[in-house]
Design a protein around this ligand. Structure first.
Ligand code: TRP
Length: 335
């Protein structure tokens, strides 16, 4: 234990993919013994694009169970719903007042999402980074594991924190990014120039954490490759095969060189079947655990309740300090 705090979160939209698992969750499980970890289900961020309420509720619970099924210990880590801890919204409001329109309009995620959801460019989508900054800063976070697509949001978080500290003294710890191991960025099986995304409309593009073995075999069979007929890591000319190599190495821990050697002179069919096999074996215990958790509502409810309390306790400490600094009057407590 190093007493440092890690915070990260995922949006509960759709079913999580092999990409989320290998790119984030699997790394998180390796950090849990060393750090104090908070893993949030960011349902407040999710509503920056339109969600069906019943689906959102279900996906949030599924995500929480998938965190646990993937190996995160809910007693050692704080796994909770963002919306259960009002301090997120309260700090986000304050931070909004220390964040500039100019810097928000430079965010690439805002530009992407507003062009994709042209009919609903709402203010929440625009101020999304202030809420994310609040998530992180509430817990005096040391380290934030994020993918490259979220690095810009972490940088703005650091800027907002430094700006606030420059005015009021050392209120927030300035968080550092933690970029996971190389090779953990998993791409679409149908278009290896794009990230594997749970919002992809092409079901063959992604492996879901709850796909059954036959589905996994079929999706890998259909994965896009090339006509070079050799299993080598070459992202320029063999993006599809390189992606499969990344998946294989992330699961087995074998080096790319060794894997290339293993499949020298062998066909893509054989390689794909082997990749499918290791994925199936990796996901099997996760799926079993997920099944068990799905049947144990009382246990999950208890995790939800207790972790929300723990997170609220920690978050409120920072929030009260901030409220005091900006000049809000103290609460009057009854004797
Ligand atoms: N914006 C992140 C994403 O879409 C999710 C997120 C919200 C997050 N708050 C966070 C990640 C705080 C790390 C830390 O992937």
């Amino acid at each position: 234990m190093n007493n440092k705090t890690i915070f990260s979160g995922m949006q509960p939209s759709g079913v999580i993919t092999l990409g989320n698992y290998l790119g984030a969750l699997k790394n998180w499980t390796e950090l849990q013994d060393e750090y104090n970890c908070l893993y949030c289900i960011v349902d407040m961020h999710a509503i920056t694009v339109r969600q069906d309420p019943a689906t959102l509720r279900k996906s949030s619970r599924n995500l929480l169970m998938q965190y646990i099924a993937s190996g995160l210990n809910p007693e050692a880590n704080i796994i909770y719903y963002q919306s259960h801890v009002p301090a997120h919204a309260e700090l986000a409001w304050i931070l909004n007042c220390y964040t500039y329109m100019g810097e928000l309009s430079r965010m690439t995620q805002f530009k992407d999402k507003s062009s994709k959801h042209n009919e609903n460019i709402n203010a929440g989508l625009f101020t999304y980074p202030a809420l994310m900054a609040a998530d992180i800063l509430l817990f005096q976070t040391d380290v934030v594991p994020v993918g490259v697509d979220q690095k810009q949001h972490l940088e703005i978080t650091r800027d907002i924190a430094a700006r606030f500290n420059a005015i009021y003294g050392d209120v927030f710890k300035i968080p550092e990014p933690y970029i996971g191991k190389a090779g953990a960025k998993i791409m679409s099986l149908q278009d290896p120039s794009r990230k594997m995304s749970k919002s992809d409309e092409d079901v063959n593009a992604t492996i879901s954490l709850i796909d059954d073995p036959d589905t996994i075999i079929r999706k890998f069979k259909r994965a896009v490759t090339d006509s070079m007929a050799k299993v080598t890591f070459d992202e320029q000319n063999q993006a599809g095969i390189s992606n499969l190599l990344n998946i294989y190495t992330a699961i087995t821990g074998e080096t790319i060189k060794n894997i290339e050697r293993e499949f020298e002179g062998k066909g893509y069919g054989e390689f794909k079947a082997k990749v499918a096999e290791v994925v199936i074996e990796e996901l099997r215990p996760i799926q079993q655990k997920f099944e068990e958790l799905s049947k144990d509502n009382a246990y999950i409810d208890n995790i939800i309740k207790e972790n929300a309390q723990k997170a609220t306790y920690l978050a409120t400490k920072t929030l009260r300090k901030v409220q005091k600094k900006v000049g809000f009057p103290p609460l009057i407590r009854s004797k």
